[in-house]
Design a protein around this ligand. Structure first.
Ligand code: ATP
Ligand code: MG
Length: 957
């Protein structure tokens, strides 16, 4: 029944109503025919249909045996035979066809097949009666087990109904099987499914997930079991099925897999990633319970540090995450590894209106308050630290007493412990977080010295003391590092004061760096703790899950958005390659020329960003190395060098440039680009932190970590050689050049993007496209326009477009013939299912440019329009003829019935007169006896009635 919206018979509390009211009521006039269940056309026995047309033939109650057989098939296959035919055509076919059977008889027991066989004996004279069918082996095996079986059946139905698996309706669950794959059809299908809580849909090998914005009960352990090793068509589409396909392919082909989840903010990527990990842990049958628990905690932990509340999503990921689950080649999960990309560090020091800082800050406030440890970590108990102040939180109590934050704190502490962090490490993590909040509270005031140089002073020494104590460094040294910097000019070391503005920048840079490095350290520590044993991982396999930030386009877009969007551009390219290959494979398989396929290749755009030496990122790096460069010179450099139709500069808008991304055009503001790209933490701060007595803090500044956890030597080692240069004084320094080059965010970003891709390309890809049905986070609200836009830019409709350009319709030979044979053949012809038949039909329709594959007819959309038109004309003609014939048959039948009735009336009259006479006689004779009899009859009738009611109530309940 895939592809059709139709009733499916659902056993009712384990019982099944066998009497199907239908045309019998109108047909029957004889005693034998009364109360049979001849039903609707699909259930009608051949003789019933014949009888409808010629009154001299007849039928009896054995037509119910036929209906029973059809019902049995429907229960097995989900549809009665011929269900996809027009009912009138079914009526035509049933008497002519051989008796129907189950679609795949070999899947069923021989008793069941034989039972159906017996029921569906075409010659009703030879067909067994219902009472003799009760003696059939298939029925006999139930004897004595009715209750048990019924209970089992009910349990089965319960399980399925809870899961929504057996719903009354079936939906298209693979959009790729739609013969028409255009914007409207796809959106409508998604909407229909969504209305029935079916949030998942396949498009070929891609899974679309529409965010339900409420809990849907489809992730229980029962569901989990249902999707293990199951055929894709056996269950409704599900994210668990993607996990299963990935896992099975990994084990079968001995190859790495990669699941790419994409979609805009709040579309459900992170949730999907969780569900995948959950199912993969089940599949990986981690017999090691602790390992299983550890893996399940990883996401929660990193998300406490990397996620934050935004206007769009209360739990928005502010970093990209690639989680690899490690398996033995036998498929047992043995470990995990996480890579993080582009944490939005700027959030630590500043949040836009209506947004929040990273979750963990609020968690520790509530958690440490509960444990009376705020003072220990020197966290202010009245005014919230500056970094946490916003409209939501005016006083500390607002988040200190928040019970959700408290419980999250417990949860995160538990995660740390389960994964294997020591208590000492945990304490250090809290210290660093508290230090960051205290750093933010340090305030500066201007001091004008006699030399007229702007100097700054720290106006609140308490915050400074707190911070120094938490970081285990000297307060006066911290003050110095914040308010002055050290330069070397012509061999001489000079200390220069920082202006208030500069000091504030240094302060915030320190907070951001500490947080970013703490995050990397945690990720790295997790990787160490979840690293599989050497002997297990040697020839192991892995499944990577990429939960990357979605495409972003805000009112003001900065460097962060540029990086995020380039990453998405890269993922889109990867997606295109794959979809293109997939499309091409079908053409190849069908032996069809694939040259027609064209698609929007974003390769030139990617080149514009990533090419060396003239790509946008290279230009940015180059400009970042020029001390005199400004954001203005940067934009001019872009304009002069990027000769691409994807780049443009709006006139008269300073510092603004535009990019035509695959997902739409975005205006970027280059203000702050250079500073953000340099992302420098002054060497004085680095040196100071290295003197910390806290192990963790020293580690944070000693071994900057790459995404994969390999320590790389960058500027920090260089700073040891004590060569700090002040650009303004000395200009370009060669050694600075190399170090700067290693350090820029852009080069680091390019490196991580390549690193990510290198991991992804070795694996077989699977795609999950998350769709946000509305902007209000509301359940049951499907904003068609909103969905359409996402479908368009995520490339789902790109696929549709590819299909339209090529052969938009590919129809299986059998389906094609069934639908269009009327154009070329007579109604009662039954042409063979073959390419020749298809060709005959197409030629008769005077169409050209179509192609026959091995199993399918490949058509252009206008072919189908033409064919549908011709089919409609033919059908209209047939209906007209049928109407005439039916009219004629009807009048003939009416005449006959009238004659019969006249005769019957005479017979009934005489019989009735005889009956009345006999009754009067008996009444007189047995008056007393009958009175007694009536009383008895009433008693038993009541009994029968109450039994019936009880039975019926049971059925309903
Ligand atoms: N399968 C689901 N069932 C129920 N609710 C869901 C599901 N998927 C998503 N949600 C809801 O949508 C919210 C946002 O989802 P999620 O955080 O996964 O989005 P995201 O795509 O990761 O966004 P971002 O890019 O901002 O990180 C979740 O917090 C949850 O409330
Ligand atoms: Mg997310």
């Amino acid at each position: 029944g895939r592809g059709m919206t139709r009733h499916r018979m659902v056993p009712f509390r384990g019982t099944l109503p066998l009497v199907l009211p239908g045309v019998s009521a109108q047909l029957t006039s004889t005693r034998l025919r009364r109360n049979t269940s001849v039903g609707t056309p699909f259930w009608m026995a051949p003789e019933v249909i014949a009888c409808e047309q010629q009154l001299d033939s007849s039928y009896d109650a054995r037509c119910d045996a036929w209906s029973l057989g059809i019902t049995a098939i429907e229960l097995g296959d989900g549809d009665p035979p011929l269900a996809d035919l027009h009912p009138m055509r079914a009526l035509f076919k049933i008497p002519r066809n051989p008796p129907p059977t189950l679609q795949q008889p070999e899947l069923w027991s021989s008793e069941f097949n034989d039972f159906i066989n017996k029921c569906l004996t075409k010659d009703y004279e030879k067909r067994p009666t219902v009472s003799s069918l009760l003696q059939h082996d298939f029925i006999k095996q139930i004897e004595g087990k009715e209750n048990v079986l019924q209970r089992q059946l009910m349990e089965f139905i319960d399980v399925h109904q809870q899961m929504g698996a057996v719903s009354l309706y079936l939906y298209v669950d693979d959009l790729a099987t739609l013969e028409v794959l255009d914007e409207n059809t796809v959106t409508e299908q998604l909407q229909k499914s969504y209305a029935k809580d079916q949030i998942y849909t396949y498009v070929g090998d891609i899974l679309i997930a529409v965010n339900p914005f409420r809990n849907v009960d489809i992730y229980s352990s029962q569901h989990s079991k249902l999707y293990i090793g199951a055929k894709r068509t056996a269950n409704p589409p599900h994210i668990f099925a993607v996990a299963d396909i990935g896992y099975q392919s990994m084990v079968t082909y001995n190859s790495d897999q990669c699941i790419v989840i994409s979609g805009e903010s709040g579309a459900g990527k992170t949730q999907s990633a969780h569900l995948l990990v959950q199912q993969l842990t089940v599949l990986g049958k981690a017999n090691n319970r602790t390992l299983q628990e550890k893996i399940l905690q990883v996401n929660n932990l990193v998300e406490a540090f990397g996620n934050a509340g935004t206007i769009i999503n209360d739990n928005s990921s502010r970093f990209g995450k690639y989680l690899e689950m490690k398996f033995t080649c036998g498929g047992t999960v043995v470990g995990a590894q996480i890579s993080e990309y582009l944490l939005e560090k700027s959030r630590v020091v500043h949040q836009a209106v209506g947004e929040k800082n990273f979750h963990i800050f609020y968690y520790i406030y509530a958690g440490l308050a509960e444990k009376k440890k705020l003072a220990h970590y020197k966290l202010p108990e009245y005014r919230p630290p500056r970094y946490l102040q916003n409209d939501h939180f005016r006083i500390v109590q607002d988040f200190m007493n928040n019970s959700f934050y408290k419980s999250q704190f417990e949860l995160i502490e538990q995660c740390f412990k389960v994964i294997g962090f020591t208590l000492e490490e945990l304490g250090s993590v809290y210290s660093v977080l508290a230090a960051i909040l205290n750093v933010g509270n340090i305030e500066f005031s201007a001091v004008v010295s006699e030399h007229m140089i702007d100097k700054s002073n720290i106006s609140n020494p308490v915050a400074l003391e707190n911070c120094a104590s938490l970081l285990c460094i000297q307060a006066d040294e911290l003050q110095e590092a914040l308010t002055s910097h050290c330069v070397v000019t012509r061999g001489e070391t000079i200390i220069r004061p920082n202006t208030v503005e500069k000091a504030t920048d240094v302060r915030d840079a320190m907070a951001k760096a500490l947080y970013g490095r703490l995050f990397s350290w945690i990720v790295n520590r997790i990787n160490t703790l979840l690293k599989p044993d050497k002997h297990l991982s040697d020839d192991g396999l892995n499944i990577g899950i990429l939960d990357i930030f979605g495409f972003e386009n805000f009112k003001k877009n900065s460097f962060e958005q540029l990086c995020i969007n380039i990453a998405n551009e890269q993922i889109q390219f990867y997606f295109n390659q794959h979809v293109f290959a997939w499309e091409q494979n079908e053409y190849l398989y069908e032996g069809v020329d694939a040259r027609v396929i064209e698609y929007e290749d974003n390769r030139p755009l990617l080149d514009m960003f990533l090419q060396k030496p003239m790509g946008l990122l290279s230009l940015l790096d180059e400009e970042s190395r020029f001390p005199q460069a400004t954001d203005q010179t940067l934009v001019e450099k872009f304009e002069d060098n990027l000769k691409s139709k994807y780049f443009w500069r709006p006139k008269r808008v300073d510092l603004t440039f535009g990019i035509y991304h695959y997902a739409g055009k975005v205006l970027y503001n280059a203000s702050g680009f250079l500073a953000k790209n340099r992302d420098t933490l002054p060497a004085d701060i680095v040196l100071l932190l290295r003197s910390s007595e806290n192990n963790l803090i020293r580690q944070l500044v000693t071994h900057p970590l790459t995404k994969t956890g390999i320590a790389i030597v960058v500027i920090f080692l260089l700073s040891f050689s004590s060569l700090h240069t002040d650009h303004r004084d000395t200009g370009h320094h060669p050694r600075e050049t190399t170090s700067m080059k290693t350090q820029t965010v852009a080069s680091y970003f390019r490196y991580s993007l390549m690193d990510l891709l290198s991991k992804m390309v070795v694996g077989q890809p699977h795609f999950v496209r998350c769709i946000k049905p509305n902007n209000d986070r509301q359940a049951n609200k499907f904003d068609k326009e909103k969905v359409l836009v996402q479908l368009r830019y995520t490339g789902i409709l790109e696929t549709a477009r590819i299909r339209r350009q090529g052969y938009s319709h590919r129809i299986l030979f059998a389906n094609f013939i069934k639908r269009y044979y009327l154009i070329c053949y007579k109604t009662n012809d039954d042409p063979p299912v073959s390419p020749e038949t298809c060709a005959a039909i197409l030629e008769k329709a005077h169409l050209d440019n179509w192609v026959l594959g091995k199993t399918k007819v490949f058509l252009k959309y206008y072919h189908v329009e033409q064919l549908n038109l011709m089919r409609k004309e033919t059908v209209d003609r047939i209906i007209l003829i049928q109407a005439y014939v039916r009219g004629w048959l009807g009048s003939r039948r009416y005449k006959k019935i009238k004659e019969q009735r006249e005769q019957s009336a005479i017979k009934i009259q005489s019989a009735y007169r005889g009956f009345v006479a006999r009754k009067e006689y008996q009444n007189a004779k047995h008056n007393q006896k009958i009175e007694k009899y009536i009383i008895r009859l009433q008693a038993s009738k009541n009994c029968l009635l109450s039994w019936f009611l009880m039975f019926y109530r049971n059925k309903i309940r």
